[in-house]
Design a protein around this ligand. Structure first.
Ligand code: FAD
Ligand code: S2G
Ligand code: ZN
Length: 476
């Protein structure tokens, strides 16, 4: 078998002809982009780690236009790469070869909002941050928040089943997404755009598309259940000596903050070094081996600060934490959150980054870091650990001065075998895309992957939707 990370052979899809372009221009007047300079940025991923050679970028505005495009591409056996904000981290959002890029960026209308139920219905191309602002004015918030909110789109969030910083409190998109409208490979519009909280009539088809990474259909509209905007928000930044104390602090925090806890994130001292060095962000407290970001969101600031005070007093007196600071007003809350949210950005200044987004039993997540550091010795420039403790989700990132096949060979399959040994997931929230599709067997059984292949064949018989992604090459 070829090495799992190797680029796959181009499958026998048709190539775009001038006749095809004429058809696209009829469907999308003025929104068929073929200027190489303009298509270029859509060919390259956010990490600048993978680049396709698409010559055509299509920008539909309506579901009907998406349907006409897919029906035509399916009949012509033309491959299509759905693209939202292009902030994906596993190479799923850009073409491998000359797949047509179908961008949802012009599908950014809000379709409805019910301010009694908090149910928002919008087109897939709505940028997450714009939805946050729209809801903010109406005293609601989005049930997910991620560092990419300025560019990522809700369609891409659903397609990758994005987790983010609030999953601990508001759950995954599998729970908060109530309905989807999806265009299938042959152009058929699947209207599952329900706004009901409960509907047990037959199979819950929308769930298939949540996390399908553009391989089963193009999501064109989303209905999602949004929580009320909390009246009182506190953010605490704490320092711990050991990961064991960090875990004990997490337990204490769940017990004493309970229903007002909305996030529990960590970063290690290596992350802090990168933030200080590359982004000139000063440490808000004294230097510690581990840092915790805790957010509470409630409806009564007096009640919340009392609970928080009791928790902090207990955490300090029991010596679980060695230092800390609390923020209640907006600018300081944002400053503390940026210590966690901007680690990804800091990493981009540290060289070429190998990213691993791992789910593990929470008590194990830092053991992988120590084992990886021991395994690599001084072969890497930085080895940093951070992530969503409450979800058991570690972001292990390893940097080197440049792309380094020898370093990669010492990281993979070591990191995947380690994860599989503890029954973890080799991709907790970012998806498999191009980069991790062939490692799927470390987290899913053969029969499960074979059934995924059958579902793919049923919904996309010609395989035109996002080929070379998510499912392993050996399924062909
Ligand atoms: P793209 O990157 O455009 O596409 C992602 C995948 O979805 C591709 O396979 C694409 O084909 C498919 N796709 C996109 N739109 C559609 C559609 N309408 N229909 C069908 N398929 C579609 N991820 C997390 O889970 N949690 C985090 O905390 C997080 N933090 C991040 C922080 C930073 C700074 C960055 C750069 C990324 C982060 N990510 C995180 C990863 C990324 O932002 C998410 O995966 C996000 O959901 C991708 O959305 P997007 O609109 O950019 O999609
Ligand atoms: C986060 C971002 C991606 C990464 O910050 O929570 O999901 O691994 C990550 O840097
Ligand atoms: Zn994350």
């Amino acid at each position: 078998r070829s090495s799992p990370a190797a680029a796959p052979q181009r499958l026998p899809f048709s190539r775009v002809t001038v006749e095809d372009l004429a058809v696209f221009r009829k469907i999308l007047p003025g929104r068929v982009i073929t200027d190489p300079d303009l298509v270029q940025s859509s060919n390259e991923d956010w990490l600048k780690s993978v680049r396709g050679s698409s010559e055509v970028l299509l920008r539909p505005q309506t579901t009907q236009e998406v349907s006409q495009i897919l029906s035509y591409c399916n009949s012509r056996n033309l491959a299509v790469n759905p693209q939202g904000g292009n902030t994906g981290l596993v190479g799923g959002s850009v073409p491998v070869y000359d797949e047509i890029i179908l961008s949802t960026s012009f599908m950014k209308n809000i379709l409805s909002f019910d301010n009694i139920s908090g149910i928002l219905t919008c087109q897939a191309g709505c940028v997450l941050e714009n939805l946050v602002l729209y809801l903010e004015e109406r005293d609601y918030i989005m049930p997910l928040d991620l560092g990419a909110k300025g560019s990522c789109q809700i369609g891409g969030n659903v397609a990758t089943n994005a987790g983010g910083l609030r999953l601990l409190r508001y759950g995954s998109l599998h729970g908060t997404v109530l309905g989807l409208e999806v265009v299938l490979a042959d152009g058929q519009v699947l209207d599952c755009l329900s706004t009901l909280r409960k509907d047990n009539t037959g199979y819950d088809l929308k769930q298939l598309f949540i996390g399908s990474e553009g391989t089963l259909g193009v999501i064109t509209a989303v209905s999602i259940l949004c929580p009320r905007k909390p009246k009182s928000i506190n953010v605490v930044f704490l320092g711990c000596e050991t990961f064991d104390q960090l875990l004990k602090t997490f337990q204490l925090c769940k017990g004493m903050l309970g229903e007002i806890l909305s996030a529990f994130e960590f970063l290690d001292s290596e992350c802090m070094r990168l933030l200080n060095t590359h982004l000139k962000l000063p440490n808000p407290i004294s230097d510690c081996p581990f840092y915790i970001v805790i957010e509470t969101s409630g409806s009564d600031s007096k009640h919340d600060s009392q609970k928080l005070h009791n928790f902090l007093e207990e955490a300090m007196t029991s010596l679980l934490v060695t230092d800390g600071t609390v923020a209640t007003e907006d600018s300081k809350i944002k400053a503390l959150w940026s210590m966690r949210e901007r680690v990804t950005e800091a990493l981009t200044h540290d060289g070429f980054t190998y990213k691993y987004d791992i789910s593990l039993p929470v008590e194990r997540i830092y053991q992988l870091m120590t084992d990886m550091r021991q395994h690599l010795g001084n072969r890497a420039r930085s080895v940093v650990g951070y992530g969503h403790v409450g979800d058991g989700n570690l972001h292990l990132n390893i940097t080197s001065s440049a792309r380094d096949p020898a370093l990669l060979a010492s990281i993979e399959p070591f990191v995947y075998e380690w994860t599989a040994r503890f029954h973890g997931s080799i991709s907790a929230e970012h998806g498999l895309g191009l980069k991790k599709r062939n490692y799927i067997y470390y987290s899913k059984s053969g029969p499960a992957v074979a059934l995924m292949g059958n579902i793919k064949t049923l919904l996309d018989p010609k395989g035109i939707l996002n080929p070379y992604k998510t499912l392993p090459d050996d399924l062909k």
